[in-house]
Design a protein. Structure first.
Length: 31
């Protein structure tokens, strides 16, 4: 998921991860 395993994920990376996951969820369930 995160390519830079040597350092903690930044807020921007976390936000992007959550946003993409939410989009996939809504796309899959059509809610």
């Amino acid at each position: 998921r995160f390519m830079n395993y040597g350092e903690p994920p930044s807020e921007a990376q976390i936000d992007a991860e959550v946003t993409s996951a939410v989009k996939v969820f809504y796309a899959a369930y059509g809610a």
